[in-house]
Design a protein around this ligand. Structure first.
Ligand code: FNR
Length: 385
């Protein structure tokens, strides 16, 4: 393991992950739908927002500690659910969950993860974590998945609402990352040039969708798993399903993928505990605004009735602070987490969290605030947001 103190920003981790992770899996993480306009805007719109520098304010005794749905967090950041995480690095979901636990922030496991709910519980001493649910057509499977989540000590369910149908990413099609996978010869040669990654994969038994394989009806092998997965996302998903899942789960519920004020009001009416302003990291509706641009109107409309969080483009502690100032009580990180994981496994994720925390702490101080809970939109330069 090299000296990670020389890794000073998320971009450093991204560049290393790009070298270490096989191209087809790196591309899967680092891409957006169609023109990738929304994907790029998620990052670049943060840069347009300017901070007000304050001086001669006592900066001692700073704290980034706060709560998300009542849960204490070391900073207002959680790890977002990402599918195929165990393909960025062997056992990636377990390593991410361990890093999050040690840092004191929540980890979210995706339905489409490689490691299963049970793998996470077993390998983190049953530390509570969050689980992201996709609504599949097979409702019996969903019921069993919810029961398994309860048994695994999941403390909040994130229901993703923006994937009734799949957005198209050109790179995945060209790389043959389809169901079933059809890797090109070029990809297979590329895979063979990543010995560290290959050794990791040879050293683990967790190489397929652990939440689904062996649990969904009719799924026996990789080919039946692929076809089941391809046709299970439910295009008929409605608010009645949200109500059904809320009842069946009975615990804290977070709705993910809200980009519109009207949907935000419906989310409040559903009785959820939090909503996430999210365009799925620019992977679904290309042409939608960036999440940070959509945030203020949604926070204004419903922020007093429900916890509003956001994700999309968060690559620094400055981004976390700007989101907080614009009404997001919490933020989630997808790619910042994946880049750390792909670069150096658990240590890389820890490094990503350290970088974001340090940037958040120092930027908050420069803006004349010592407590994250005191951050409001007056730390931002009017006219820039
Ligand atoms: C995702 N995202 C996602 N969301 C979800 O609800 N379930 C999932 O399985 C996945 N899978 C997934 C895979 C990959 C590779 C990425 C990059 C993203 C979306 C994710 O939870 C989050 O909304 C975005 O990643 C946030 O944007 P940033 O932080 O990646 O810019």
């Amino acid at each position: 393991m090299p000296d990670l103190s020389k890794i000073t920003c998320i971009e450093d981790l991204r560049a290393i992950a790009q070298r270490r992770v096989p191209k087809m899996f790196y591309d899967y993480a680092d891409s957006g739908a169609w023109t990738e306009g929304t994907y790029r805007a998620n990052e670049s719109d943060f840069q347009k927002i300017k901070l007000r520098q304050r001086v001669a304010v006592n900066m001692e005794g700073r704290s980034t500690r706060t709560t998300m749905i009542g849960q204490e967090v070391a900073m207002p950041v959680a790890i977002a659910p990402t599918g195929l995480t165990g393909m960025q690095h062997a056992d990636g979901e377990i390593l991410g969950a361990r890093a999050a636990k040690a840092f004191g922030i929540p980890f979210t496991l995706s339905t489409m993860s490689i490691c299963s709910l049970e793998d996470i519980a077993e390998n983190t001493d049953r530390h509570p974590f969050w689980f992201q649910l996709y609504v599949m057509k097979d409702r019996d499977f969903i019921e069993r998945l919810i029961d398994r989540a309860k048994a695994a000590n999941v403390s909040a369910l994130q229901l993703t609402l923006d994937l009734q149908i799949l957005g198209q990413r050109h790179k995945d099609i060209k790389n043959g990352l389809s169901t079933p996978p059809k890797p090109t010869i070029k990809n297979l040669i590329n895979l063979a040039t990543k010995p560290r990654w290959c050794m990791g994969m040879l050293g683990t038994k967790r190489r397929t969708f652990g939440n689904i394989a062996g649990h969904a009806k009719g799924v026996k092998d990789l080919s039946s798993l692929s076809s089941w997965t391809a046709e299970q996302f439910d295009p008929a998903l409605s608010w009645a399903d949200v109500e059904w899942i809320k009842k069946r789960w009975g615990g804290k519920l977070i709705l993910k993928g809200i980009m519109d004020e009207e949907d935000a009001r419906l989310a409040v009416a559903s009785g959820a505990d939090a909503l996430i302003v999210s365009n799925h990291g620019g992977r679904q509706l290309d042409g939608a605004p960036s999440s940070i641009a959509a945030l203020p109107a949604i926070a204004d409309a419903v922020g007093s009735q429900i916890e509003v969080w956001m994700d999309g483009g968060v690559r620094s502690g400055q981004d976390v602070l700007k989101a907080r100032a614009l009404g997001a009580r919490g933020t989630l990180i997808g790619r910042s987490f994946l880049y750390g994981l792909g670069a150096y496994g658990q240590e890389g994720v820890t490094r990503a969290l350290q970088i974001i925390h340090k940037e958040l702490d120092i930027t908050m101080a420069f803006c004349g605030r010592t407590q994250i809970d005191d951050v409001k939109s007056d730390i931002l330069l009017p006219g820039t947001f």
